[in-house]
Ligand binder design. Structure first.
Ligand code: IPE
Ligand code: IPE
Ligand code: MG
Length: 250
């Protein structure tokens, strides 16, 4: 399959039929990509921007409804200050460079996470691109920045507890739907497919609530080398899965 051209893979996806509604990606391996080339780690992150562009275009071609990208975790704040500030500058640069193109492509950009921790300049850029693209409907692009899944669940619990304390909700009205509605992803279907690049076989605190029945796909490719071909390969693999949701096969 690796030798097939992306256009052939896309045709095969269409022949197969049903495509995932929501694909999530843990974009990992930028540091190793840079190290392999004796480059500083931030150059690996910079190189990964091209991959983001590719998967957004690929997602539109396939017809996904939602693409979720894990760009920066809460735990990533503990990296060396120089790397953190390089990542924040790259976020601003990405928005600066891509906002008009994303808007023209019909992409609705949403940044999800504890955005209060961003630098004022990065926060302003985030705000700008979300407003600029809010009306778009072709693809929803969720960029997870300063995000941790456990913190998201804690936040949901607090919001629900506050409603109970205020008398606007009864404890017995807290169910799975109520919790889902307090997540950052409230208006999205759960991911059908979660891809992690660079071969790591862990979730690293991403979307813990939402991935209950998500299909997992580990790619050994480092994120800066991830292209349409790899995205399409993952979707083709997904199309051959038997999703049973605890039941028996049809
Ligand atoms: C992913 O690449 C980007 C972020 C987590 C911000 P890494 O920086 O984790 O790259 P590796 O895992 O060290 O190769
Ligand atoms: C997960 O990658 C976070 C992002 C891709 C943004 P990490 O590189 O931070 O995860 P670990 O430390 O290998 O689990
Ligand atoms: Mg990593």
């Amino acid at each position: 399959m690796a030798a097939s051209a992306p256009a052939d893979l896309l045709s095969q996806i269409r022949v197969n039929g049903a495509v995932p509604r929501h694909v999530a990606i843990i974009m990992d391996g930028n540091g190793r990509w840079a190290r392999d080339r004796m480059l500083p780690r931030p150059l690996g992150h910079r190189s990964g921007m091209k991959s983001v562009r590719e998967v957004v275009e690929g997602a539109i071609e396939v017809g996904l409804e939602v693409l979720s990208l894990f760009a920066f975790s809460q735990e990533n704040w503990q990296r060396p200050a120089g790397e953190v500030s390089a990542l924040m500058s790259l976020l601003e640069e990405y928005i600066q460079r891509e906002a008009d193109e994303l808007d023209a492509q019909g992409v609705q950009v949403r940044m999800l996470g504890e955005l209060e921790r961003l630098t004022p300049a990065a926060a302003a850029a985030v705000d700008r691109v979300m407003k600029q693209t809010a009306h778009n409907t072709k693809l929803r692009l969720n960029l997870f920045i300063s995000y941790g899944a456990r913190a998201e669940i804690v936040r949901a619990a607090r919001l629900l507890a506050a409603e109970v304390a205020a008398g606007s909700r009864k404890p017995e009205e807290i169910d799975e739907v109520a919790i889902s509605q307090k997540m950052f992803t409230a208006d999205c279907p759960d991911p059908d497919l979660l891809i992690r690049t660079s071969g790591e076989q862990r979730i690293s605190n991403f979307l813990l609530w939402q991935v209950a029945y998500t299909e997992l796909y580990i790619s050994s490719v480092l994120w800066p080398d991830f292209r349409r071909r790899e995205l399409y390969g993952a979707i083709l693999d997904y199309q051959n899965r038997d999703r049973r949701f605890g039941r028996v096969s049809a």
